[in-house]
Design a protein around this ligand. Structure first.
Ligand code: GLN
Ligand code: ZN
Length: 762
């Protein structure tokens, strides 16, 4: 007997990103459809090899996907928008929904909970119809290979919760979102989808499937009483006639509110809870107990951060859990899906620092950990010596720790108030009304990328590389003169990635060789690992910015990535609070800001595109996050002179609920998107009476299209009418690194014309 184990969500991308190779190979026409599927089968087979090492009692299936697991459900239950129905081939239709086709624009893509994974948003119609039982196919596929599995599917509540209702814009290809989740209006859809799930489950039951995992992470959000009611009703429908197949409902990413009601009343065999994310599920378990007729799938190892599991800590936790759930009803697993981790640390051996390696576990190592835990518990094997604290202590920097401690208690704020600062800044800079600028990066041509790669491989010398970068900067300055911009940038040619660049120059960061994590479809990112205390040994950007400034009389903006963004796009330590890491990064950046100022740079931009991304899932936790995130930003620049102008930039962000906090950041100028939303975004700023500088992003840099003077002017006028004209800046909506010069130059020239027209008019 003893406890059992399971796992789910193992990465789909393959050890060496084979998913990318096969799928993109098919898109490019380099391989045909069969070759793609055969390749992907191999990737999936390899996933089962990894799972095998775990000696898992319940092996997951149906958690592999060609592109996205939500899109898999949409195409399984006929949630296929009409504009794709004319595509006959299933595979091509599937990819068209994800990426668009010549005749139809793609479905919306958005962030999956508080992770960096993105899913394809279902365009809900309310008419669900089972057109292919994908979980059954996956089950059979594994069975043919001798593996008995537990199919994993996102549950009907979460699927509908994440979907939206759209309407086609008249005379246009665009879809307008008309409704997102609403307890009242979406209830019938959840219930009708539950019927379809019941069909799926009946077929699985007839096939002899022993257990099915339904993922319902939406249950950890701030759901209403009515939602709980809808959930219970849906699961009554869904489990009707299902008495031979176990249904395990999993929640993760946060604790489950409504614990007692859901855990005790839901008609399922097992409930999965995340015990890694925080102690709340454990506290609730102690408080409410656990029903005797259910199994608990206890998520005790992490799917989201790369640190080795501390076995002793987990054993303690399991002891507490064991007081409420008997051993024969306890299954242990990962707390959240494993696809937020790279595949394996194997490829990092000989590359990452040895001591750091001793601290890490990626997805494959998580599977080993589950086996080891089972052996310790069921067979009485010895707990391995881990020395986690001891190894960690190597990376601790007492100086950094000390300075961070002080920050907690002091107020961080610039001495002069905004009005006074802005007046003296503008006087010093001598800028016209409606100053024009860009967000930082200029086109990263093939040549730029190649030379950077050569330098990394050691094929050219540092001097050669530096002189190449200088050349690029010089060209960029000349082009900016020609375009007639008011505030220049150096172009960021030396940066591959806005986080990696700074991480590589600071202490406390590590970069993997092959630590890819799926972001969406075939797109992967390689997050840095913040393993130690963060500090900045020497200046990181001064040389390039100062060089650019030496070439022109126009002010050149210094360009930094903000502390909150660096943190939110990295794996980070768990032994200290997240805010302390943010403060550490902020202190390092503050030195950089002061160095730039000392070198004569008068405008410094500190980008925070991922500011909103770190927002906790539960509303009650958001204020605390926003408070320290704002503080971290202010910490980077609170000691500059009043004449030094601080800019920040955020990309596609909803500002409505957080505008007050954006204001609290106290930047002199914030540049935001305005082109795609046709100026809608500005509404939040208007409603709030935002009275600091604001740069309106008129040029949509995500499209190769060159926007006309008229269309940009229209968007600008909308803002100009309601905002203090002296506070408005004109800029694109993001950095230009993915664009070509040939469209960038005319687009920016048009943008400059817009500013000239505004100056004449107002
Ligand atoms: N300064 C960065 C750039 O221009 C900003 C990128 C971003 O906002 N994502 O590329
Ligand atoms: Zn941006």
């Amino acid at each position: 007997m003893g406890i059992k184990t399971t796992a789910f969500g193992f990465p789909k991308i393959g050890k060496n990103r084979e998913l990318k190779k096969y799928v993109e190979g098919y898109w490019k026409g380099e391989i045909n459809k069969d070759e793609m599927y055969r390749g992907l089968e191999k990737v999936n087979e390899e996933r089962f090899e990894f799972l095998k090492k775990g000696d898992l009692d319940l092996v997951p299936s149906n958690d592999f996907s060609v592109y996205d697991f939500i899109l898999d459900i949409s195409t399984m239950i006929d949630i296929i928008p009409d504009r794709f129905r004319n595509i006959q081939d299933d595979t091509d239709r599937y990819f068209a929904m994800a990426r668009g086709s010549e005749s139809a624009i793609a479905c919306e893509m958005t962030k999956w909970f508080d992770t960096n994974y993105h899913y394809i948003v279902p365009e809900l119609t309310g008419n669900f119809r089972l057109i292919k039982n994908r979980p059954l196919d996956s089950y059979r596929w594994a069975k043919e290979r001798g593996i008995e599995t537990k199919p994993v599917i996102v549950g009907p509540f979460t699927y509908v919760y994440l979907g939206k209702v759209y309407e086609r814009q008249e005379g246009s290809l665009l879809m307008n979102m008309i409704r997102s989740y609403d307890s009242e209006k979406f209830r019938p859809m959840v219930l009708s989808l539950a019927k379809v799930y019941n069909e799926i489950l009946k077929e699985l039951q007839s096939e002899g499937v022993k257990a099915v995992q339904l993922d319902e992470p939406a249950l950890v959000l701030d759901i209403t009483d009515q939602d709980v009611d809808t959930l219970l009703e849906a699961y009554r429908i869904l489990t009707d006639g299902i008495d031979k197949t176990e249904i395990h409902l999993h929640t993760y990413y946060e604790s489950l509110d409504n614990f007692e009601k859901i855990v005790f009343s839901l008609p399922v065999t097992g409930i999965g809870l995340d015990f890694v994310v925080n102690d709340e599920n454990l506290e609730n378990l102690k408080r409410y107990g656990f029903p005797d007729d259910k199994k608990l799938i206890a998520g005790v190892i992490s799917g989201r951060d790369p640190w080795k599991t501390d076995y002793r800590k987990v054993l303690d936790q399991l002891e507490t859990i064991g007081r409420h759930v008997s051993e024969d009803r306890l299954i242990i697993s990962n707390g959240s899906p494993l696809f937020h981790l790279p595949v394996t640390i194997e490829s990092e051996k000989g590359f990452l620092d040895e001591n750091l390696l001793k601290m890490l576990s990626f997805a494959s190592e998580r599977i080993d950990e589950l086996r080891i835990l089972k052996e310790i518990i069921n067979e009485g094997k010895e707990v391995p010596d881990q020395n986690i604290e001891e190894i960690r202590s190597i990376f601790i920097n007492e100086d950094v720790k000390r300075s961070v401690k002080e920050i907690e208690s002091i107020e961080i704020r610039r001495k002069d108030d905004f009005r006074e600062r802005y007046r003296s800044q503008m006087e010093l800079l001598g800028l016209p009304k409606f100053p024009t600028t860009t967000i930082g990066s200029f086109p990263q041509t093939k040549e730029v990328r190649q030379v950077r790669a050569k330098f990394r491989r050691g094929e050219i010398t540092e001097a050669e590389y530096e002189s190449f970068i200088k050349d690029q900067i010089k060209k960029a300055v000349e082009i900016q003169e020609e375009i007639g911009l008011d505030v220049f940038v150096h172009g960021e040619f030396e940066r591959t990635d806005m986080v990696e660049f700074f991480g590589e120059k600071m202490e406390g960061f590590a970069f993997t060789k092959n630590g890819w994590v799926q972001s969406y479809g075939t797109r992967c990112v390689r997050p840095p690992i913040i393993y130690g205390d963060v500090s900045r040994p020497e200046s990181m950007t001064v040389k390039e910015i100062v060089y650019a400034q030496s070439l022109t009389n126009k002010p050149v903006k210094g360009m930094l990535t903000g502390p909150v963004t660096i943190l939110n796009w990295s794996f980070y330590r768990k032994d200290i609070p997240k805010k302390e890491i943010a403060f550490q990064i902020a202190l390092a950046l503050k030195e950089e800001v002061l160095d730039l100022e000392k070198a004569g740079i008068k405008i410094i931009q500190i980008d925070e595109p991922a500011f909103r991304e770190g927002l906790p899932l539960k509303k009650r936790k958001q204020e605390d996050y926003l408070r320290w995130a704002v503080k971290a930003f202010r910490l980077t620049n609170h000691t500059v002179k009043k004449t030094t102008q601080i800019h920040t930039h955020m990309c596609y962000s909803e500002f409505n609920e957080i505008i007050e906090w954006i204001y609290q950041m106290d930047a002199d100028v914030i540049s935001i998107e305005a082109s795609r939303s046709k100026g809608e975004i500005i509404q939040a700023f208007e409603d709030f009476n935002y009275d600091h500088g604001i740069g309106i992003g008129l040029y949509d840099i995500h499209s190769p299209r060159i926007p006309s003077v008229e269309e940009m002017l229209e968007i600008a006028e909308r803002t100009v009418k309601v905002t203090d004209k002296n506070l408005i800046w004109i800029n694109p909506d993001c950095g230009l690194k993915t664009r070509d010069w040939k469209e960038t130059i005319p687009a920016l020239k048009n943008m400059v014309k817009v500013a000239q027209i505004l100056r004449d008019k107002y």
